[in-house]
Design a protein around this ligand. Structure first.
Ligand code: UDP
Length: 257
């Protein structure tokens, strides 16, 4: 029996901390291997699905799930926190933060290719000797060829976030969904670490998500996804197989949309 996939092209947002291990600095090889494996497995989902039903124009048969990744950089530098220390203005600290995401993207690309999953890094900042510049048409070609595309440097603008980068790129590539990988298994009505009776939402509208001022993603990225009608699934990426489950259409976590 064929799976009934919801999503053919996804934008996966992972934080920098996911690459370092909890609260850590830099990149941890074990975490990298784990995440690369999860992404590569998710990329294989849908490969066997009826091509006439789900393909986009121009897609190759058996291409699987098209996966674009936006990586954060909190494991290396957070611009606002660095700027607060006084020496470096935030506009520059944020550039440093964005370069941190390039470091993460390079690491993730190598981890993916090590296990046979082709991948490319495209950066919003020009670092042309280490990564491709972001060019929409090229990104789409990579995806159609079955390469995981890792979008580095967020939006390319200071005073922004990689969450905003995720909703921006998702809009640009017409992703079916934004998958926001977190440490918790969805969005709760109150902090599940503090309240035993916290209840997880199965789904929320964009308006509810914005009105509740949820910390899980910034308002700007919710608003961007609302404008483009791209749902966001907030899910726990520590559970093995979860990325593959979401792209296969299982309802896990909380769906905003
Ligand atoms: N950043 C930025 N513009 C962007 C994306 C990121 O200036 O479009 C900088 C900002 O300084 C931020 C840092 O890069 O603190 C790391 O990104 P983020 O905090 O979003 O990473 P995450 O929390 O997802 O690991």
């Amino acid at each position: 029996q064929l799976a009934t996939p919801h999503y053919r092209r996804v934008l996966l947002k992972i934080s920098g901390e996911a690459l370092s291990g909890e609260g850590g600095f830099g990149v941890d090889p074990d975490e990298l291997r784990l995440i690369a494996h999860e992404i590569a497995e998710a990329a294989k989902v849908n490969a066997e699905v009826d091509p006439n039903r789900l393909r986009r124009e121009g897609d190759k048969p058996n291409a699987g799930t098209q996966i674009a990744v936006v990586v954060g950089g909190g494991n290396i530098i957070r611009g606002a926190a660095l700027a607060e220390q006084g020496v470096i203005p935030q506009a520059v600290a944020d550039q440093m933060g964005m370069l941190g995401t390039v470091i993460n993207a390079l690491a993730l690309k190598e981890a993916l290719e090590n296990i046979g999953q082709p991948a490319r890094v495209m950066s919003a900042l020009m670092v042309s000797s280490v990564a491709e510049n972001f060019i929409r048409g090229r990104a789409l070609r990579h995806l159609e060829k079955g390469r995981v595309v890792i979008f580095a440097a967020g939006t390319g603008n200071p005073f922004s976030t990689t969450d905003s980068g995720a909703s921006l790129r998702a809009s640009e590539i017409s992703a079916d969904v934004v998958l926001k990988a977190t440490k918790v298994d969805g969005i709760y009505d109150k902090d599940p670490n503090k309240f035993n009776d916290a209840v997880r939402f199965e789904s929320l509208s964009f308006d509810e998500a914005i009105n509740r001022d949820l910390k899980v993603m910034d308002i700007g990225s919710f608003a961007q996804c609302r404008a483009q009608n791209i749902p966001i699934v907030v899910f726990d990426m520590k559970v093995p197989g979860n990325i593959a489950r979401v792209v296969a259409g299982e309802s896990i976590g909380t769906r905003v949309g």
